[in-house]
Design a protein around this ligand. Structure first.
Ligand code: GDP
Length: 198
């Protein structure tokens, strides 16, 4: 898929105020600092569509971007950042769980995982939560430029093991990306295109 247009539409923290369009929606979420903003900018070919931030945990909104007038890319707040206190933030904030539980247009969630790290509890919790509410998801491994090809394969195998240990039967569709080297872009966009064609 070629991204011809990528337009910011609205930010909010209330699922009922998300756009009324019936376009299919793909949500991007992950731990703060996982490389989500960089990935969104890479996918859309924009330098600064999603704001990369020096202060992780800053973006606390649901951001809708309309792509090619034909689907929404939804940038969700990063989770699991210690600087945001538990009081202001349950493990997954209510407006995020509301989004996943109520947004009918949501087709698939992309969970971003830093390829260098072993499976983290909070990511597995989130994956298990999506399983419970039956939201389809994919995994996007980020920052692949930071490790060797061999290590990439080892990380994926180890992630698969962690999912099986959490009672998943198989790895979901997954993508290896580097925003620095602009790799994995076509695979993610083609996946979205193929699901949109279904
Ligand atoms: P976010 O908090 O998830 O939106 O993460 P950002 O996109 O702001 O990135 C967090 C940090 O990781 C920044 O210092 C980025 O430059 C760096 N980063 C993001 N993606 C990559 C990548 O693919 N490769 C490398 N080497 N660094 C990355």
């Amino acid at each position: 898929m070629k991204v011809n247009t990528a337009e910011f539409i609205i930010s909010n923290s209330d699922v009922s105020k998300c756009p009324l369009d019936r376009l299919p929606e793909y949500a991007f979420i992950g731990r703060s600092n996982v490389g989500k903003s960089s990935l969104i900018n890479m996918l859309t070919n924009h330098k600064n569509l999603a704001k990369t931030s020096a202060r992780p945990g800053k973006t606390q909104l649901i951001n809708h971007f309309k792509i090619n007038n034909n689907w929404f890319l939804v940038d969700l707040p990063g989770y699991g950042y210690a600087r945001v206190s538990k009081k202001t933030k349950e493990v997954f904030q209510k407006f995020i769980t509301d989004y996943f539980e109520k947004r009918e247009q949501l087709v698939c969630a992309f969970i971003l995982i830093d390829i260098r790290h072993e499976a983290q509890k909070i990511d597995l919790e989130f994956i298990n939560y999506l399983g419970e509410i039956e939201v389809p998801f994919c995994i996007i491994f980020t920052k692949a430029d930071k490790i060797s090809r061999v290590k990439i394969d080892q990380s994926i195998a180890s992630y698969r093991k962690s999912l099986l240990a959490n009672n998943w039967e198989e790895m979901p569709p997954h993508f290896v990306t580097s925003s620095l080297e602009a790799t994995g872009r076509d695979a993610v966009l083609e996946y979205i295109d193929s699901v949109n064609q279904e």
